[in-house]
Design a protein around this ligand. Structure first.
Ligand SMILES: [Mg+2]
Length: 247
């Protein structure tokens, strides 16, 4: 057995999913279909909730450069929502309002077959073997738990949702902060030392280690280069295979 910890905590983007899929397919898709989506879902309950959040966010954003206000009603309302959201996307805002709307747009994209979630081919078989060994698999991603669920349900490797016990997102805390990992351990009901965290970002691995977890770094094609000196402190791997194969 190559993993001593009972809990495997997985980052998604750059770890089990290609960064290029997220940057070149997922985010551009939300921007491309935004106008159609807003017009066709305007009266849907989900969209009404999204709109309320966007309006609340807009009330806080009025002093930001280039801010686009959301009109209350009438003909201009749809246009102003579209422009406000495009402005948020352009500025790479991480607001809950934007994330929730993007999550719903992606759900729509997956449902109608326009999107297929990317998962590296080594992932399902390794995770299945880890489950057979009695491990439990969790995720921790800056993408919302809903966005994570859809990615796994509609992945290029089929529906792999059953591999995961639970999904965490940044509601538990930011990924580069130690306490987020202690919060996750508490939530799962284990000690930090029971957790092996896998990520592509050194600062996230360092935060997890500070909390008392173990961590390893994935080096996938297209990942951002990491500080070579800091990398020396961690076990690195190109795929998840070393977790189940003796090397
Ligand atoms: Mg990542």
């Amino acid at each position: 057995m190559c993993v001593n910890e009972s809990i495997i905590l997985l980052d998604i983007e750059g770890t089990i999913t290609s960064i290029n899929f997220v940057k070149e397919e997922l985010f551009p898709y939300a921007a491309e279909v935004l106008e159609d989506y807003v017009k066709t879902h305007w009266n849907d309950d989900d969209f009404k909730e999204d709109l309320e959040l966007l309006k609340k966010q807009a009330a806080n954003d009025t002093s930001l450069e280039g801010f686009i206000p959301i009109a209350d009603d009438g003909e201009d309302a749809k246009k102003s929502v579209i422009e406000n959201v495009l402005w948020q996307m352009k500025n790479d805002r991480k607001t809950t309002a934007l994330k929730q709307l993007q999550g719903h747009i992606w759900k729509y994209g997956y449902d109608c077959g326009n999107l297929v979630g990317h998962i590296y081919s080594d992932v399902p078989s390794v995770l299945s073997k880890l489950l057979d060994e009695g491990k439990k698999i969790y995720t921790y991603s800056s993408g919302s738990t809903d966005a994570q669920k859809y990615l796994f349900k509609y992945s290029c490797m089929g529906n792999i949702s059953s591999l995961f016990t639970k999904y965490f997102d940044t509601k538990i805390g930011p990924k580069q902060i130690e306490t987020s990992y202690t919060n996750i351990a508490k939530e799962i009901g284990v000690n930090c030392s029971d957790i092996l965290f896998l990520t592509d970002v050194i600062e996230e691995a360092e935060a997890a280690v500070k909390a008392g977890c173990n961590a390893a770094i994935l080096i996938r094609p297209g990942n951002l280069p990491q500080d070579p000196e800091k990398l020396l402190k961690f076990r690195t791997m190109k795929t998840l295979d070393p977790l189940v194969n003796d090397e």
